[in-house]
Ligand binder design. Sequence first.
Ligand code: ZN
Length: 425
Amino acid sequence: MTAGLFTSLFVLALATMFVVQRWLGARQVASVARHRDRVPDAFAASIPLTAHQKAADYTIARQRFARVDRLVDLCVTLGWTLLGGLALAASITSAWPAPWNDVALTVIVAVVSAIIGLPLAWWRTFELEAHFGFNRTTLSLWLADIVKGAAVAVVLGLPLLLAVLWLVEHGGAYWWLFVWALWIGFQVLVLLLYPTLIAPLFNKFSPLPAGDARARIEALLARCGFAARGLFVMDGSRRSTHGNAYFVGFGRARRIVFFDTLLTTLAPAEVESVLAHELGHYKMKHIAKTLLWSAAASLVLLALLAWLAQQPWFYAGLGIHDTAQMARPGVMLNLFFLALPPFVFLLAPVTARYSRRHEFEADAFAAHNASADALASALVKMYEDNASTLTPDPVHSAFYDSHPPAAIRIGRLGSLARESAGGRS
Ligand SMILES: [Zn+2]
């Protein structure tokens, strides 16, 4: 491999990603626009035309936003690599002693990228989301979130970065194996700290109040033999009207969290079925399997990085021509993660498909342990409240969607409901 050939490969991968994403986005817009004037038959009784049209407009507006976002991303990636941004940052920090030169380099890359992304992030929240009535955050809350997020990134990320830089320098030929072990340990630590230390920085969590929903959930947990450290309500309505429910932590530290927005829109039986779906993910070991896959993927990536780090064409092909800069672990790490996305982009449909399979399995679990009908009606309410499109383009959906398209998912729940009704009679 020569540097020139690698540059061509990189440009080809970037161009492919850009063109494929744009084509998929255009397909999605066309599909949603084509079905805008009519609610699909399966939802005609439950979703009014005005809500369906709002979902169409919201989906199209988000696609337009994504188009700008991707263009900015493309320019930022090119700016750091082929146009010499990283080489410039490396020369600015070259006088500092190691490892602080590489820490400073990483901070420059992170801060400059974040500042370039800030206007778009602002626009998404205060124009796009606000236009459709979803935004509840204020400018001061939004700014406070950024400051807190940056503080968490420094407190958690700086020790991690220092440890990684040290391992690359002193770990010998197998430094990447040590970095991998460190990365796994770091992820476990974050999972342990997240529910009790990190999430409360951003939201208030209060115990789920007694009532029909709580009684049903406790009965469901007992029925499925599931112990949790607590049932919590999160004040998601402070920032947005989008609703959700999730599990955090693991082992004895795990919690079940409901967005307050979800509890106000769903009936107790629907809340129960949504939780049964989440329990399904847990019981069918989806969470453990996903963690194992991501651990395997990070091992492969680190082995690849260790090999690339020895190849001069990897640096020279991506805009680093100075041999002193090539020897810096910080340059290697930043360059790798800046250049990686276009090379792994075509794996997105594989992970999306894997995730959709898990969703079907969790739905079947919920149908078995709670109610398929209640889950279907909960999902329909959530589609309406979140303005999710009911008529996505099948190719766009196959490529990106972690959840099955609404019509297919609700259709499967309908047949599960009929099965269990048939079984009972
Ligand atoms: Zn799910």
